[in-house]
Design a binder for this molecule. Structure first.
Ligand code: PRP
Ligand code: URA
Length: 209
């Protein structure tokens, strides 16, 4: 599917199966999401530009590769985005973080925004938006609109599960923004839940149901 990178690494798929299992505990779910986040980050950062710097190893001077440009921004859609964020920060501890508070109205499935805080200079940075679930795509799209208003231009979206309907709506609303996901599931049910999915990501992550 154009514009969508399916991260089908065996470790990701194995861990995702454990996360989907309804008998997996809150602690297990949280740990698995953190672990999968490392592997998703590896894929979404694959094309970051490098420059070089001069260093000295214990044996000799050398010109060695380092990331070019300003620090990355991870933009977490609250609440469940924070489960992915933790693992991403394990891999890129110097990244800047944006928090975007959004929840879905359970009746209309429209995104309701309640918080936004982002680093300066978004225009000069790669911004990686993270949320485990792409269902109707209303939340992801609202978050991206907000980031664009603040100047973000180089944006990517990372999730764990996407519904085909969500991908289609996302690509219509946010053309050109690449999606990285560990799975594309079957369909969205009448309540806007991804099937087979994993349930409510926020509730499973924080034990709120
Ligand atoms: C979940 C999930 C996404 C959103 C996806 O959040 O974490 O943000 O739903 O659905 P969408 O693509 O249809 O917008 P939720 O609304 O449950 O909020 P929470 O994380 O605060 O529980
Ligand atoms: N949000 C979730 O947490 N799960 C879904 O299946 C859909 C939206």
């Amino acid at each position: 599917m154009q514009g969508v990178t399916l991260v089908d690494h065996p470790l990701v798929q194995h861990k995702l199966t454990l996360m989907r299992d309804k008998t997996t505990s809150t602690a297990g779910f949280r740990q698995l999401l953190r672990e999968i986040a490392l592997l998703l980050t590896y894929e979404v950062t694959r094309d970051l530009k490098l420059t070089t710097k001069n260093i000295e190893t214990p044996l000799s001077p050398m010109e060695s590769p380092v990331l070019e440009g300003k620090k990355l921004v991870f933009a977490s859609i609250l609440r469940a985005g924070n489960g992915l964020l933790e693992g991403m920060l394990d891999l890129v501890p110097a990244a800047r973080v944006a928090h975007i508070g959004i929840y879905r109205n359970p009746e209309t499935l429209e995104a309701v925004e309640y918080y936004f805080k982002a680093p300066e200079n978004l225009a000069d940075r790669v911004v990686i938006v993270v949320d485990p679930m792409l269902a109707t795509a209303n939340s992801a799209s609202a978050a991206i609109e907000k980031l664009k208003e603040r100047g973000a231009r180089d944006i990517r979206f990372v999730c764990l599960l996407a519904a085909p309907e969500g991908i289609e709506r996302f690509q219509r609303a946010q053309p050109g923004i690449p999606i990285f996901t560990a799975a594309i599931d079957d369909y969205l049910n009448d309540h806007g839940y991804i099937v087979p999915g994993l349930g409510d990501a926020g509730d499973r992550l924080y034990g709120t149901k």
